[in-house]
Design a protein around this ligand. Structure first.
Ligand code: NAD
Length: 347
């Protein structure tokens, strides 16, 4: 069988990192894995033109959200042998899921593999924004010592209302990690989790209430038809004056230019996250230069520990596929000609 994966190119690192698995050479140790099984394994670092010649005969396609290949309906219909589209990570919006369902292609991801990593990153970025860390750090390296220029915009997290949008694996872990800070936690999700409310001390609220009452909004819903550009100009204008938004879910959940405008206007106090649209973000993506931001590139879910878990989970999905075994239900996004993941099938 022909298996194709899209991964970043190899980059010389200042210090060796033997645990690093995320490039075309290491490829989650899949070169050795496929060689031992007698399959042809091709790794590409260009998700566009270089993929096209392989569409005709590839049976399995692997990519990850950090460095996605956008498998459009057109590409999916140009890949007649494709049986499995595998996300080496969490979040499969880079595949046209409806088209995969129509073509009976299984879409699987390594559910849970990096949820701790992302939850930690979200908490970090919330603190970085509230404490005005970027301003303080900049002075430290620039040889400055101007306390008002930092302190006038720094806040405690304690006592603030944090709205968690999307209360799944990551959203729940963010709640657990924020609880000791003495915040008020509210959440919104199509599935109310009354069973978890007392334990995590969270309150269920409508989307409207979450948007209008949160001091910090942290986004953890998948990118779907419902969440695509949900945080548009109108919604952003309804946030509290001086609120912060952290988005480690997907860049396309935000309206790109409306976010820039609202940060420029001073209505939002700050924005952070690691996800952009499209990815990799162009050098002149407007979020790179917008004010009051503490963006990183998309790496929250690819710590060395997460990469290790992704390797194990990817191989487990591949083993099941090659041996004709049932996949773990939570790893399946599309199966048997339909979208089966509860997080993606909300209408
Ligand atoms: P999950 O499936 O466990 O949880 C997602 C939650 O979002 C579910 O509870 C679902 O009901 C909810 N949801 C779906 N549609 C919604 C809507 N319209 N409004 C509100 N909530 C909605 O997934 P997870 O593991 O918590 O991951 C969440 C998302 O985070 C992923 O889909 C992915 O896009 C993103 N993610 C990012 C990184 C990263 O590196 N930045 C890593 C992993 C996941």
């Amino acid at each position: 069988m022909k298996i194709v994966a899209v991964l970043p190119p190899v980059v010389e690192l200042p210090e060796p990192s033997p645990g690093y698995l995320f490039n075309i050479k290491k490829a989650y140790n899949l070169h050795e894995y496929f060689a031992s099984k007698g399959h042809e394994f091709i790794t590409l670092s260009d998700a566009n033109d270089s993929l096209d010649p392989h569409l005709a005969d590839m049976s399995v396609f692997i990519c990850s959200p950090f460095y996605p290949a956008y498998l459009t309906k057109e590409k999916i219909y140009s890949a007649p042998k494709l049986k499995l589209a595998l996300t080496a990570g969490v979040g499969s919006d880079h595949f046209d899921l409806e088209a995969c369902a129509e073509r009976n292609i299984t879409v699987a991801e390594v559910t849970g593999s990096n949820v701790v990593s992302v939850a930690e990153h979200a908490v970090m970025q919330i603190l970085i924004l509230l404490r005005n860390f970027v301003g303080g750090h900049q002075q430290a390296v620039d040889g400055e010592w101007s306390l008002p220029r930092v302190g006038a915009y720094a806040h405690d997290l304690e006592g603030k209302t944090v709205g968690i949008f999307g209360f799944g694996r990551i959203g729940q872990r963010v709640a657990a990690r924020l609880r000791p800070f003495g915040v008020k936690l509210v959440y919104n999700d199509p599935y109310r989790r009354e069973d978890l409310e007392p334990q995590l001390d969270v309150e269920y609220v409508s989307f409207k209430e979450l948007v209008e009452t949160s001091d910090v909004i942290t986004i953890h819903a998948p990118l779907t038809e419902q969440t695509d550009t949900l945080f548009n100009r109108e919604v952003l204008n309804r946030t509290k004056q001086g609120a912060y938004i952290v988005n480690t879910a997907r860049g396309k959940i935000m309206e790109t230019n409306a976010l820039v405008d609202i940060l420029n206007s001073g209505h939002l106090a700050g924005y952070a996250g690691d996800v952009w649209y499209p990815q990799p973000a162009s050098e002149n993506h407007p979020w790179r230069t917008m004010p009051k931001q503490a963006m990183t590139i998309h790496y929250s879910g690819m710590t060395l520990e997460a990469q290790h878990r992704i390797e194990i989970g990817t191989k487990a999905i591949l083993n099941n596929f090659f041996e004709g075994k049932t996949q773990k239900p939570e790893d399946l996004i599309v199966d048997g000609g339909e979208i089966v993941s509860p997080s993606y099938k909300i209408k």
